[in-house]
Design a protein around this ligand. Structure first.
Ligand SMILES: N[C@@H](CCC(=O)N[C@@H](CS)C(=O)NCC(=O)O)C(=O)O
Length: 260
């Protein structure tokens, strides 16, 4: 069976999981927390990793280890592999460029805001670990977290200025997406494509999409956020683009049993 190494709660990983689930590709997910996921990738790829891009290192997740020995180290490559000969997910260059655009221009900012809120609340990131990985790994993460906290902040570039920029960029992306949706129920054409999947997955950290709504891992509960975090999530959920993302989950995120 194919092995999917993930940073379990990450939205880029959710994008890969969604595509694999949608096309009923059998795989076993090996879920990790930050740092441990990079070590798992280094081990699984014998130190080679993949290709670093503007938003990630070469040890980033998701990584799909195929039965035949091939290794896919990018969520878009994994989604393309999942779709196989079905060209409805990636019908053309316009969809490809929307996927790349959201990967570059939305994903890094929703991730930054999610970490901003998670790291402000003592215990929140440790709870995320407890909700998403094995008790042993969660315990180890909790034990090492005091040392890892500042590295994580530096890694995601968490400062007030970057938080403010992230907020501006997310609102711009949501507004542009909503404008696009005035023409159609989908981001391209009149059917579901990888552009819709990518937007919905990468918007999830600011929507706190729940597993009941279809997210393939556990994100922080809205009740656990402070007023600033809760207001942000309410604003994004009420936005036409946020409502669209939640609709894509309701209508298009087919969950199949995953073996862990
Ligand atoms: N372009 C990559 C981005 C993936 C990415 O940024 N993954 C993050 C999780 S949100 C990660 O693993 N970061 C750790 C690292 O880059 O070392 C993709 O879409 O697969």
């Amino acid at each position: 069976m194919h092995r999917l190494i993930t940073l379990s709660f990450s939205h880029y990983n959710e994008k890969a999981r969604w595509a694999l689930d949608r096309f009923s590709v059998p795989y076993r997910e090996e879920p990790y927390v930050p740092f441990f996921c990079s070590m798992a990738v280094a081990v699984a790829t014998r130190g080679r990793g993949g290709t670093a891009d503007r938003t990630s290192s070469r040890y980033s997740t998701p990584v799909l280890l195929l039965d035949d020995g091939r290794v896919l180290t990018d969520s878009t490559d994994i989604a393309r592999f999942a779709a196989g000969s079905d060209d409805s997910l990636f019908p053309n260059d316009e969809v490809e460029s929307l996927v790349d655009h959201y990967g570059d221009q939305l994903g890094p900012y929703t991730r930054m805001l999610a970490y901003w809120h998670a790291l402000r609340h003592p215990g929140m990131i440790e709870q995320l670990a407890a909700d998403n990985v094995s008790p042993r790994q969660a315990w180890l993460f909790r034990t090492l977290m005091p040392l890892a906290r500042s590295n994580l902040k530096r890694f995601v570039n968490l400062t007030e200025a970057s938080r403010d920029k992230a907020m501006v960029r997310i609102r711009e992306e949501f507004d542009a997406t909503a404008a696009r949706l005035e023409q159609s129920d989908y981001l391209y054409g009149d059917y579901f494509t990888a552009a819709d999947l990518t937007f919905a997955a990468l918007a999830s950290p600011v929507l706190c999409t729940t597993s009941e709504e279809g997210y393939g891992a556990v994100l922080p509960s809205r009740d656990a956020l402070d007023s600033e975090g809760a207001e942000l999530v309410e604003e994004m959920r009420a936005h036409p683009a946020g409502r669209f993302a939640l609709r894509m989950y309701a209508e298009e995120r087919r969950r199949v049993l995953r073996i862990r």
